[in-house]
Write a protein that binds this ligand. Sequence first.
Ligand SMILES: Cc1cc2nc3c(=O)[nH]c(=O)nc-3n(C[C@H](O)[C@H](O)[C@H](O)COP(=O)(O)O)c2cc1C
Length: 400
Amino acid sequence: MLSGKKVIFGMSGGIAACKAAGWIRDLARDGAEVHVVMTRNAAEFVTPLTCAALSGNEVVSDFFDQGSAHLIPHVNLACEADLILIAPATANTIARLAHGLADDMLAAIVLAARCPVIVCPAMNSAMYENPATRENVATLRRRGMTVADPGEGALACRATGPGRLPEYAEVREYVLAALAEQDLSGLKVTVTAGPTLEPLDQVRYLGNRSSGRMGYALAATARRRGAEVTLVSGPTRLEPPAGVELAPVTTALEMHREVMTRFESSDVLVKAAAVSDFRPETVASGKIKKAECGLEIRLTANPDILAELGEKKGNSARPLLVGFAAEAGENLEEGKRKLSRKNCDLMVVNDITASDAGFASENNRVVILDRNGGEERLPLMGKEEVANRIWDRVARLRGG
Ligand SMILES: Cc1cc2nc3c(=O)[nH]c(=O)nc-3n(C[C@H](O)[C@H](O)[C@H](O)COP(=O)(O)O)c2cc1C
């Protein structure tokens, strides 16, 4: 996701430096070229040798280090960077950035840079809540820097409250958003994801194997590209992506209600959920007894949400409708029929019988059909990559 990107990883002198050091490896694993710049005090917590080994590049700290590969390191590094990520950002470093100081390498690089800057504060709660720090954070935000909200909980100083370094998964979203083209900016997007569970009695349900990964990937990537995203999700084991509004549902009827209430306000509606076609006609109270073997369950049809959305949309251009057709085998004809019958703009067809892709897999192999007869066959790829290809098509359709 970050290949070809040069990231300056600024580290200041807080206890969370040891946690943040692991992110150097995470960024490199995502393909970034990472250059660590440490304040003098950061080196009291983590050694420059560790950071050099994790990043694979020399660590820069001292202005006047004659051994540096750069002639004027702060200017050279600032010019070449695609992104600066500061973690942990101490109260002291935040204050120095807010006041535009350039008295150490990290502060000077930030001052000389024109690329996006992400700041991840980590400190004792009282320090974070101090009006001085609050004003400094507000100043950085006002100037266009992204300042992550720290997590809450038990801190290294034994206090409890806000001040924990956020988790990498959340910061990764800021990183990817800062580097992504904001071509979905201004759009309101609703994505559905996951399975629906249809109760049989008070403990059992009919469900399906959808993991929700495709829908969550669509929500995360749309958010990174600037959209305002709501994720209507059946029960999954996944964490909702940072910055996405979650509307949790369980049954198809609940999903129907949540989606329909968002019809008017959505510019794009993507139905990636595996909605149960049927539900038990009656829900037994308590627990159906084992003795009732040979039990027959009468099913009744759930609403076809996508078809209803298509009907409601009629000839209007908005919302742009994207459906998913999970087919056994590469059944493009059925996908094309669904695209036209349900009045969709795009239909993403995936083969649920493939052993290396689909429902519970990290990967997907799909064909994207569009309402003008276009057909784009994608090779096996990660679900975030598939999601980005779908958004490319959406952006193109909206651009005419
Ligand atoms: C053991 C220890 C832990 C510290 N942890 C933090 C911290 O988590 N956050 C913070 O803002 N300052 C922390 N400090 C204070 C900073 O190290 C101090 O403010 C220093 O001036 C920061 O310098 P720098 O911002 O240039 O790296 C800690 C100090 C010590 C001795």
